[in-house]
Design a protein around this ligand. Structure first.
Ligand SMILES: [Zn+2]
Length: 334
């Protein structure tokens, strides 16, 4: 009797923990982690000083990389040019297009055209209705405007949507705690569900850059408080990556991990066209990354969504209005 129970328990556990190659995309999955307002030279400095060991390990492992040839803000002097702020930045990262298409100029999202240029997870559900898509954020506009704005006739496409609302009365001083809640919910999903794509957003680095959490901090590799915030988020990244690796059928799964930011910063602000604001970074880990392009060419932040589609083997429909991909999956390249 005991052994029967044990088998039943194990059976249900395996079922809950992963179908391996039997998933919606043959075992291919995506973990996209967003760290708001994380300046490129600061993240590199944090890695060099041993304050971001998880990002360093991921970028230096066999299938990993770090590039600083990544940029926000669109093309200066063209209609794609957009301010280096969160609204347009995350919209570009989650839709794969710039301001001329998505229409989001600032954090008010007025004029946004998310119905025409939608969050990539809506499109994933469109081609694979059984795919499991999850999103976690402590900056509510990620869900209120970008995800919900992408819904067709109000129909939800996210299987998990966890919004942790910072307490405005505390002027975001609770932001590090909210990141912990975001991390824990994301861990729960990795351990109990079979997410095909996950987006996990952490807000505290930007809040420290603005001096909102501690007035002595700013967007700079010289700000100890700013680097410490990066370090905290780095530990969250480590927990998420370990949860991925601990999945029982991890060996059969093929994960693409992407970690980036929406913009850099200067002093206590951002929004302009300086290198410190436009120049961003990408840590990526995956068996078939377009390494040459990522490492040797300037790559726009709009390139992430096409990379996700390529990894999952999705050919974007013309009506999604996608930017051209950096690489084409082998099966499709013939
Ligand atoms: Zn931001």
């Amino acid at each position: 009797m005991r052994s029967t129970l044990l088998i039943l328990a194990l059976g249900s556990q395996l079922f809950a923990h992963g179908p391996g190659k039997d998933g919606a995309f043959g075992g291919k999955r995506v973990l996209f982690i967003g760290i708001d307002g994380c300046r490129a030279d600061a993240v590199v400095s944090a890695m060099e000083r041993g304050l971001a060991p998880q990002l360093k390990m991921l970028s230096e492992s066999a299938d990993g990389l770090l590039t600083r040839q990544f940029y926000a803000g669109g093309e200066i002097g063209t209609p794609t040019h957009q301010p280096t702020v969160s609204g347009p930045g995350w919209t570009s990262l989650l839709t794969g297009v710039w301001l001329d298409k998505h229409g989001v100029k600032d954090n008010r999202f007025i004029g946004g055209r998310l119905q025409s240029y939608s969050c990539f997870m809506r499109h994933i559900k469109e081609v694979k209705p059984k795919a499991f898509c999850a999103s976690f954020a402590d900056w509510p506009p990620i869900h209120d405007f970008i995800a919900d704005g992408s819904r067709v006739e109000g129909k939800e496409f996210l299987d998990v949507k966890f919004t942790c609302v910072p307490d405005a009365k505390r002027h975001f001083v609770d932001n590090p705690e909210k990141d912990v809640e975001v991390r824990d919910e994301a861990l729960k999903t990795l351990r109990t569900q079979n997410p095909d794509t996950m987006f996990v957003y952490f807000g505290q680095v930007d809040e420290f850059g603005h001096g909102a959490t501690d007035s002595r901090a700013n967007f700079s590799p010289d700000s100890t408080l700013y680097l410490n915030a990066i370090s905290h988020v780095d530990s969250h990244v480590g927990e998420l990556v370990r949860a991925v690796q601990a999945r029982p059928k991890f060996a059969e799964e093929d994960w693409l991990v992407l970690i980036t930011t929406d913009h850099g910063g200067r002093g206590n602000g951002h929004g302009g066209d300086s290198e410190a604001e436009r120049n961003i970074w990408l840590v990526a880990h995956g068996a078939k990354l377009p390494r040459e392009k990522l490492l040797n060419e300037l790559v726009p932040q709009t390139a992430l969504v096409p990379m996700i589609y390529a990894h999952l083997g999705i050919t974007p429909k013309p009506e999604w209005n996608p930017e051209p991909p950096l690489s084409v999956p082998e099966e499709k390249a013939k």
